[in-house]
Ligand binder design. Sequence first.
Ligand code: SF4
Length: 381
Amino acid sequence: MGIPLSQALAVGSYVLRQHLRGRKRYPLVLMLEPLFRCNLACAGCGKIDYPDKILDQRLSVADCMQAIDECGAPVVVLAGGEPLLHRELSEIVGGALAKRKYITVCTNALLMQKKLEQYQPHPRFNWSVHLDGDEEMHDRSVCKTGVYDRAVSAIEAAKAKGFRVNINCTLFSDADPERVARFFDTVVTLGVDGITVSPGYAYERAPDQQHFLNRTRTKQLFRDIFSYRGRWSWPLYQSGLFLDFLAGNQTYHCTPWGNPTRTVFGWQRPCYLLGEGYAKTFKELMEDTAWDKYGTGNYEKCADCMVHSGYEATAVMDSVSRPWKLAKLAIAGIKTEGPMAPDIPLDRQRSAQYVFSKHVQQKLDEIAEAEARPQNVAAAE
Ligand code: SF4
């Protein structure tokens, strides 16, 4: 397993404390996106299709520290956009470490080697380098040649300096299980500490709408990947029950509040993948979101989702409430043959709503209003 024991214990004891306090909903991982701007334009990405005025927005260090305090989750993931484009990212990482959080910076690694000297290795700090497969698979996924080689060089440089380095791999419908298994074997030889793997979410704004997986294909793909012998040596940075869910052996409902997301728009409703509205504060997000309207079976846009940002929290909470399930899995391994667990019926889900343009216009109006305020006029003179 790729999750360090200290982190697993810290998260497990946090979950237990929440249960003992009787909290019905609580966050596990804060997804902090301090900007949307990226230096790549990947085919399966639905995060960067904004006007320049929005891509130029940044969360300040103070905004990020406030979000970490408001949320209280033990783990903070800095994503984007490309977070290394944020000039103050190292300060944000340092501030989060000072608050005793476990920090991951998700990066496409194009700037990583150049910026490594701004960071120090720390047992609670991970790089998570985006790699969607071997050289051909990854460069196709990010729509640019040479990116795989630069990412591998950055991983090697970071490992040489003593950093913890994970990779995050998103799989689409054209993934070949044997090739994915061989790729995981390769990254193990690079010395990576963890592998996060997930099916791609069908972002409505992604340029390539042809290669997203549905649930049935996702489960079979993961069964086929896990049937390769190398799985025993892959340091998968996810809970065992989440991987078992990906292989079709658990019926889980989404826990969208498990990975709350703060962006330049505010606190995103309901989850990391869907921006259906924004709250000004974390409290407002937790208290005023109609959570029952989301998740597979409730909403059309959630029908095929099996992404860790929605289901990992469900698996972690299940592991803590029913530790015997985890023990059984550790002994028997992930089942890759035989009947799958029943899936959630979709016959009562509500139809998709398309609100992207409305939120973009609201944000543009907000930016224009802020720019027109007298202090900005004075500053511009
Ligand atoms: S199933 Fe959950 S995580 Fe997935 S898109 Fe819906 S609300 Fe978000």
